[in-house]
Ligand binder design. Sequence first.
Ligand SMILES: NC(=O)c1ccc[n+]([C@@H]2O[C@H](COP(=O)([O-])OP(=O)(O)OC[C@H]3O[C@@H](n4cnc5c(N)ncnc54)[C@H](OP(=O)(O)O)[C@@H]3O)[C@@H](O)[C@H]2O)c1
Length: 232
Amino acid sequence: MKKNILLIGGSYGIGYALAEILKEENTVYIASRTAENLDSSIHHIPFDANSDAINLEMLPYPIDGFVFLPGSINLRPFKNIKIEAFENDLQINFLNMVKVLQTILPNLLASKQSSLVFFSSIATNIGMPFHSSVAASKGAIEGFAKAFAAEYAPKIRVNVIAPSLTDTPLADKFLNNDVKREKAAERNPLKKFGASNDIAEMAAFLLSDKSNWITGQVFHVDGGMSTLSVII
Ligand SMILES: NC(=O)c1ccc[n+]([C@@H]2O[C@H](COP(=O)([O-])OP(=O)(O)OC[C@H]3O[C@@H](n4cnc5c(N)ncnc54)[C@H](OP(=O)(O)O)[C@@H]3O)[C@@H](O)[C@H]2O)c1
């Protein structure tokens, strides 16, 4: 049976790649600010997670899958980060997700078993200079996901994907010329930075019944960067 999957974000980046994988076998809803790339098979809901409350009347019942895509990569030395910047990162990466989740919870509980996928970052698993704000907000996602997974098992499964640098509009400033792209690929044990599809395939698996015995996990889809050292 077709599942109803709600993506917050998905007009481009990893969410778009995910929607392309999902749309054949599922009914996909994307709530985002823009929609130019989306075809008519996707149900688009105009939505800004920073300011809007999600409108339940535009959403399916039940919701079988939920993915929250918005994120930030603001890298700065700690001494230059104002408290407002920490608050802003926490809002974008974590609090906006909580707000949506509280609203759609009845729809998720109406599913036989719903699956949630959230996004962390390699910077939460290994310490990286200048990443204190984004690492902290993604750390909130990881802690929340495990607690929520425990509280709502077996009705709701929750997993997190923690990518390293992946070629999307969010990461453009790190990959916008050949030198940056070569260096980024060279730093990775598998000698390539991520493509949206590398991450989206894992998200699609976690949304599917193929992963029905997996919950409360953080998956490091990062070319081995968080666990392998290639320096001898
Ligand atoms: N790319 C990387 O290198 C990387 C690395 C580690 C972790 N991650 C994490 O992976 C996740 C996906 O990243 P990505 O690279 O695909 O990001 P992206 O290229 O910025 O795409 C984000 C998606 O979310 C939507 N979005 C952003 N702000 C929104 C808002 N306020 N309200 C509603 N929708 C909003 C965007 O659509 P609209 O603009 O149309 O609203 C877009 O569809 C993020 O959580 C990110 O932190 C990415």
